[in-house]
Design a protein around this ligand. Sequence first.
Ligand code: GLN
Length: 492
Amino acid sequence: MELCDTPLHLLHERRVKREISTEEIARSVLERIESVEATVNAFITYDPGPVLDRARQADGQLAKGENLSPIAGMPIALKDIFCTKGVETTCGSRILKGFVPPYDAAVVEKLAAQGLNLVGKTNMDEFAMGSSTENSAFGPTRNPWNPQCVPGGSSGGMAAAVAAGEALAGIGSDTGGSIRQPAAFTSVVGLKPTYGRVSRYGMIAFASSLDQGGPLARDVTDAAILLEIISGADARDATSSSRPVPEYARLLKTGAEGALKQRKVGLIREIAGRSDLHPEVAAQFAENLQTLASLGAEIVEVSLPGLEHAIAVYYILAPCEASSNLGRYDGVRYGLRTDHSENLERMYKNTRQEGFGAEVKRRIMLGTFALSAGYYDAYYNKAMKIRELLRREFAAAFDQVHLIALPTSPIPAFRLGEKLDNPLQMYLVDAFTLPANLAGIPGISIPGGFTPGGLPLGLQLLAPHFEEQRLILAAKAFEDATPYHLERPQLG
Ligand code: GLN
């Protein structure tokens, strides 16, 4: 296996033993980008210039016997939703073209403190609205497993970059599934932390009560390493939690053997027999449940009747919050201005008209409508009530079980263009990921097999608030028992 296809923690072990250098690792990633990026289009901004220098710097530190962070000098990418000081940050939108933030997001600061070697900013659906990365103003990303198919979204560029070896790992964001679903579509690990675990400061806002940053990585250990780095309290994000950050990476040092012994894993009754559940997904999920059982888990049925309302609730609340958050793009404060006349009103309108894509406009209209006088109670308030019910249903389920297992997505990766003119079909893809965001609980998607046609499928595990350790240990036990995470796409 080439260096750029190898998990970061294994590369780190090898460089510490001087078997390889960080520079060789960085070269391997840069070469891979050269050979596949024209097909994949994982990056919006990509700057190979300083990557080798930063890798050599890490090698220099190693040579001096310094104790190096596993990520120091390793080529890592960031979804283009994170503000990076001095590096253009577009959020996949034309309206932010040319916006160079004067500061780093909290996540970026934390990574920088560990020696971040940023290889590029990855492609995404505009303002993270979408499930396919086709809503990007910078062209779609293609799935490395089959370039005719989407990589999922909205962190599709990040997931594709990791799957294709164009980055060793990275950070995405998940408002309704945008870390987990693309992870599933590309056979990488994606972890959405508990709401509040990771600071949202400097992560461009979509729906603030749902947004959460988290890692996309090649295996569970790498995800744990990154989660530990980016977690923690931040005075600049009032919703960030002050709970101490567990040593997630250390958890796995002693292995995950026995992590599922006598653990109760919930199977959601309402999922069986759903008409939108693809038969190949259902079949692989059944096999994955057996794997969990063979590792000692007891599979217990739980009921989440609110699940069927998750799409309706999310697609009211998220657009409501987005319509307010996106009010700030007015042609004055950030990026694009398309009209230089003296009529301020017209400048606002024209800039927004030309700067935003169709899906973003749709959401702004939906949200503005649902929040307007006369409709607020019927839509926004009602959706908030059902959100609370769903949260309680999860709490009740977690009184009975330690974890809940479900497929990450009801369908495998679909073809480019297939759902573009049917927004509702696109929204339905999120059915199994939205509930975790609505309830604020953590979730992980891990490689969970392939369709007979060779498209990746994800196994999703959910845990109660701030029980990321439980997710990580269980996911690692599953990973150790299955071969799926060892497969790599063959591109070109
Ligand atoms: N697909 C969902 C949406 O379009 C979720 C996106 C996300 O998690 N950012 O809103």
